[in-house]
Design a binder for this molecule. Structure first.
Ligand SMILES: [Fe+2]
Ligand SMILES: [Fe+2]
Length: 184
């Protein structure tokens, strides 16, 4: 049986871009006009990011203490740099969702915080498997979002659409790293 072996990424490099987006203070949480469900589908996903992505970063950091392959370690640093930038953008967006009509989302955030705290007590192996699984799922979501972008984001807020596109495009760059770290 063929054993797993690390292979370098399809991309030349995982680029850490320190991007930021300026959200207007009066940002409408229904940022895809006339599409309440679509807006809230993405808002719900955005809510998870400041809990999920720091969890991924922490898990990768801990895993890196057990990994010696310099190329994979470099990938993991790129992964962490990208994820750290993502959740900071989502955190600012989520603050506006709460202050512009949905303060009750703070309860959802509290539940997310508890859930990820509990997950953080699991073994490194379990946390890496979760991370690899989540990134694998993200890849399917990314393919859908990028292929459907013109329909999904027609007439939508350019800044919120851009956050999602930028985020998901970076996901394609580091998509295999969590799996590689788990296998290593
Ligand atoms: Fe991300
Ligand atoms: Fe990711």
């Amino acid at each position: 049986m063929k054993r797993y072996q690390y292979e370098p990424k399809c991309v030349d490099e995982i680029v850490v871009r320190q991007f930021t987006f300026e959200f207007p203070d009066d940002l409408d949480p229904i940022w895809v006009p006339d599409h309440v469900v679509r807006s809230h589908l993405f808002n719900g996903l955005s809510l998870t990011m400041p809990y999920l992505e720091p969890f991924l970063v922490k898990t990768m950091r801990e895993a890196s203490e057990h990994i010696t392959d310099p190329e994979l370690l470099q990938d993991m640093r790129g992964f962490n740099g990208q994820e750290a930038c993502h959740y900071k953008c989502h955190r600012r967006l989520n603050e506006l969702l709460k202050s512009n009509g949905y303060p009750e989302l703070a309860d959802v955030e509290a539940r997310l915080a508890r859930s990820y705290e509990k997950l953080s007590t699991k073994s490194l192996r379990t946390r890496l498997a979760y991370s690899a699984g989540f990134e694998c799922m993200t890849n399917g979501f990314t393919t859908w979002l990028i292929n459907e972008r013109t329909q999904l984001f027609a007439h939508a807020s350019p800044v919120v659409s851009s956050v999602w596109l930028m985020h998901m495009i970076e996901e394609t760059e580091h998509r295999t790293v969590a799996f590689d770290a788990y296998m290593a």
